[in-house]
Design a protein around this ligand. Structure first.
Ligand code: 4AZ
Length: 247
């Protein structure tokens, strides 16, 4: 996260970290992810581009805050299944969304507590995100120098799609959202290591909704190249189909 600040423990209870298991039993931070119910996590499909979708290669951490210290509420879980969007192509950025099923039974995989809870999904009928909405991105990815050890947050506005169209041309599609700094002097952006993590917006009812999945952009923190996010509202049917299917 560029231009953000330290979050407080428990402020973003749906934030999940995705780690790669190395041969040496060490783990390496890979991506962010978002808990959407007791058994399912949403992330970016491109997180699995290099190492594939064999669940045994990954672990997920919930309720985490400091990556190198043991937090009271953190739990490390194994994925049971990784489902990439079937129209995701590793050459491009379209449909950059994946679902990860946690191990567990009877639709009950993790229990919620003040540090572990699900984000809401967008309303099926609210296809349009109202701007300017108060949105937040969170992650342990690259700051100005290195990966962050504590969970960072940054408030940022959704931008008109034209801002991203102008910069990225046809690579930016209607299944994506554009978000970043409004001013040329403030750098607020997601960056490497944040991808797969949440862009949540707070509705007038106070609920936090998973509006975007951190996906791509040209560099990080350059106000003329906004960040690009998977537009979650376009994937609700797919999410429903995958998460409701008998396993
Ligand atoms: C990345 O490499 C990445 N500034 C994520 C987000 C952005 C750029 C790169 C957006 O995962």
């Amino acid at each position: 996260i560029i231009g953000g600040d330290k979050s407080l423990r428990g402020d973003w209870p749906w934030q999940v970290s995705l780690w790669l298991r190395a041969q040496s039993k060490r783990i390496h931070p890979l991506c962010g992810a978002t808990l959407i119910n007791s058994c399912w996590v949403v992330t970016a499909a491109h997180c699995f581009k290099r190492f594939g979708t064999d669940p045994s290669r990954y672990i997920l951490r919930l309720g985490d805050y400091h990556t190198e210290e043991r937090d009271d509420f953190e739990r490390t879980l194994s994925p049971e299944r990784i489902e990439l969007h079937r129209k995701y192509h590793s050459q491009g950025w379209e449909n950059d969304i994946a679902l990860v099923r946690l191990k567990g039974t009877d639709g009950n995989c993790v229990s919620f507590n003040p540090h572990t809870n699900a984000a809401c999904l967008p309303n099926q009928s609210a296809k349009k995100v109202k701007r300017p909405a108060a949105c937040v991105i969170t992650g342990w990815g690259v700051t100005d120098s290195e990966y962050s050890r504590t969970l960072l947050q940054a408030w940022l506005p959704l931008l008109p799609s034209g801002k991203c169209k102008k910069r990225y041309g046809s690579r930016f599609t209607s299944r994506m959202l554009c978000a970043g700094s409004l001013s040329n002097h403030r750098r607020v952006d997601s960056c490497q290591g944040d991808s797969g993590g949440p862009l949540v917006c707070q509705g007038t009812n106070g609920r936090w909704t998973l509006t975007g999945v951190i996906s791509w952009g040209h560099g990080c923190g350059d106000p003329s190249y906004p960040g690009v996010y998977t537009r979650v509202s376009r994937f609700l049917k797919w999410i429903e189909k995958v998460t409701q299917a008998p396993s």
